[in-house]
Ligand binder design. Structure first.
Ligand code: SAH
Length: 220
């Protein structure tokens, strides 16, 4: 899938094409410069199959095998920006590593990322691509992320990149006070929710309507 010689890209995978994507994200209202810079410097084309690499800088989700998709850049930016809006983040949990693209963006804007994936093939592939990109502040786990990662918590941020019908029980409890959980919720129609842990309990805000693959159970 990844040609290590092609990190730089050319033509439809060049830096210029990537910068155009960043300009489009700005037009759509993404303002966090750290997020825009991470997207500008991350070769999304190496996270998708070579046959699709010419479409890597379109603002769209693309198939990555195993019935899964790499998230749309706008959504990656929006979720990352929402997590960061509460202040600097030391530890972030990601549920649904998938291609590893969202993981790569996160790893550039927070201190450490803990990421969980339930599909072994995706877990292995994402790990090898992120190693190739020399991302060292990532801890990987092949598991069902429905229960979070208790031993590594509490987290300043939790991001879920697949949609449950209801927010998994106990997930928000792995947030530190002031920590933020960004998660799509729902079946057909999904809402992106931002949940903030306070000393009194949890505040919930709805960000926008989204479309994610379902959050499933067990490992495959
Ligand atoms: N952020 C990823 C999104 C991939 S799609 C990217 O941009 O590539 C969502 C991912 O969540 C899929 O890889 C899917 O296998 C994974 N997933 C679904 N349910 C899960 C669960 N219970 N635990 C961990 N990962 C899960």
């Amino acid at each position: 899938m990844v040609n290590p010689l092609d990190l730089k890209g050319s033509g439809m995978t060049s830096q210029r094409t990537r910068s155009r994507l960043v300009a489009r994200l700005r037009e759509q209202g993404i303002t966090d410069e750290r997020v825009l810079e991470a997207i500008n410097s991350t070769p999304r084309h190496v996270f998708v199959d070579e046959a699709l690499s010419h479409r890597a800088y379109e603002d769209t989700a693309l198939p990555i095998g195993f019935n899964q998709t790499i998230s749309q850049p706008y959504i990656v930016a929006r979720m990352t920006e929402s997590l960061l809006a509460g202040g600097p983040l030391k530890k972030v949990l990601e549920i649904g590593t998938g291609s590893g693209y969202q993981t790569a963006i996160l790893a550039q804007v927070v201190d450490r990322v803990f990421t969980i994936e339930r599909v072994q093939g995706l877990y292995e592939r994402a790990k090898s691509i992120l190693k190739l990109l020399k991302q060292k502040n990532i801890v990987y786990k092949y598991d069902d992320g429905n229960v979070g990662w208790q031993e590594r918590g509490p987290f300043d941020g939790i991001i879920v990149t697949a949609s449950p019908r209801l927010i998994p029980e106990g997930l928000a409890a792995q947030l530190a006070i002031g920590g933020r959980l960004v998660i799509p919720v729902g079946d057909e129609t999904q809402q992106l929710k931002l949940i903030t842990a306070t000393a009194q309990g949890f505040d919930t805000e709805t960000l926008e309507t989204v479309r994610f693959v379902p959050l499933l159970s067990g490992k495959v």
